[in-house]
Design a protein around this ligand. Structure first.
Ligand SMILES: NC(=O)c1ccc[n+]([C@@H]2O[C@H](COP(=O)([O-])OP(=O)(O)OC[C@H]3O[C@@H](n4cnc5c(N)ncnc54)[C@H](O)[C@@H]3O)[C@@H](O)[C@H]2O)c1
Ligand SMILES: CCCCC[C@H](O)CC\C=C/C=C/C=C/[C@@H](O)[C@@H](O)CCCC(=O)O
Length: 258
């Protein structure tokens, strides 16, 4: 898929990985609606992008992915402004093992809410043009992170949900590809706040630090390039892209049929 003129939505776009996704989509010609609860950071990023690319290609929308109403309104505003939606990156996520219900609501339910509401604009079955949805999971969506059982569960959920949606799309003809992003540790606010968000697992903070030292920290540019590949490469559907400091590879899941 060539990105020139395509319309994208990125959740959690103001900072960290969402910001990097937004920047690479813009650099390659897409228009981007930036959805985030952090208005100050979102607006200041839009100012930077507008200086570089002009004012017509960005839109900041204050949107909490815990709210179906806010996502619905944001998607409608995006479609009205840009003339449709071709790309959705459900990226917003938090680490909170104490208020773990909130982590489930943002990380997993937020992805499901975003995906279902986007189908109304993107699916060929409801008059959309088709496109691609990339959901941000984590390496913790592929294997356990012991200090973060609920975070791990949400990210495994994102991988499973996305793969099932890819299969549903192929079977029913939505015209949408679905892929997941699975990076290891990346230097962002979420990463630097690890110690304060482990709740009853805070005794495992040192063990987590040891994992960081063993696995290393992933370059943000590799994360963004992986998303770009999953968005533009039409052969990628139902894939989970694992990104580590050493390599980028598509996960070989076990096959139970055929
Ligand atoms: N940093 C890592 O090590 C790492 C590794 C793998 C995956 N991830 C995942 O990447 C995604 C982005 O994380 P990050 O590290 O960039 O974090 P971050 O904290 O740097 O940025 C997250 C962004 O999401 C926004 N956000 C938070 N809750 C929201 C909500 N309810 N609705 C809308 N926006 C919301 C924040 O305001 C912020 O702008 C998350 O899904 C995270 O789980 C992070
Ligand atoms: C405290 C967590 C804050 C950041 C969370 C991010 O989403 C990053 C998650 C990073 C690592 C998760 C690691 C899980 C790893 C194990 O399951 C291990 O088996 C993976 C082995 C990787 C390999 O084979 O190279």
């Amino acid at each position: 898929m060539a990105l020139q003129g395509k319309c994208a939505v990125v959740t959690g776009a103001a900072l960290g990985i969402g910001r990097a996704i937004t920047e690479i989509l813009m650099k390659n010609g897409a228009k981007v609606a930036l959805l985030d609860v952090n208005q100050a950071a979102g607006k200041s990023l839009v100012e930077v992008l507008d200086k570089q690319y002009g004012r017509e290609r960005t839109l900041f929308l204050n949107c909490d992915v815990e709210s179906e109403e806010q996502i619905k309104a944001a998607f409608q505003k995006t479609a009205d402004t840009f003339g449709g939606i071709d790309i959705l990156c459900n990226n917003a996520g938090i680490l909170d093992e104490k208020c773990w219900e909130r982590a489930v609501s943002v990380n997993l339910m937020g992805v499901i809410r975003g995906t279902y509401l986007a189908l109304e604009h993107m699916s060929k079955l409801s008059g959309g043009r088709g496109g691609v949805i990339v959901n941000t999971a984590s390496l913790a969506g592929l294997g356990p992170l012991p200090s973060c059982p609920v975070y791990t569960a949400t990210k495994h959920g994102v991988v499973g949900f996305t793969r099932a949606m890819a299969a549903a799309s192929t079977a029913s003809g939505y015209g949408i590809r679905f892929n997941t992003l699975c990076p290891g540790f990346v230097q962002t606010d979420l990463y630097t706040s690890i110690k304060t968000n482990l709740g009853q697992f805070s005794d495992l903070a040192d063990a987590t630090q040891q994992m960081v030292e063993q696995l290393g920290v992933v370059n943000m540019s590799d994360v963004a390039e992986s998303v770009l590949e999953m968005v533009t490469d039409e052969t990628k559907n139902g894939e989970a892209c694992f990104v580590s400091p050493k390599e980028r590879k598509y996960v070989d899941f076990p096959k139970f049929m055929g």
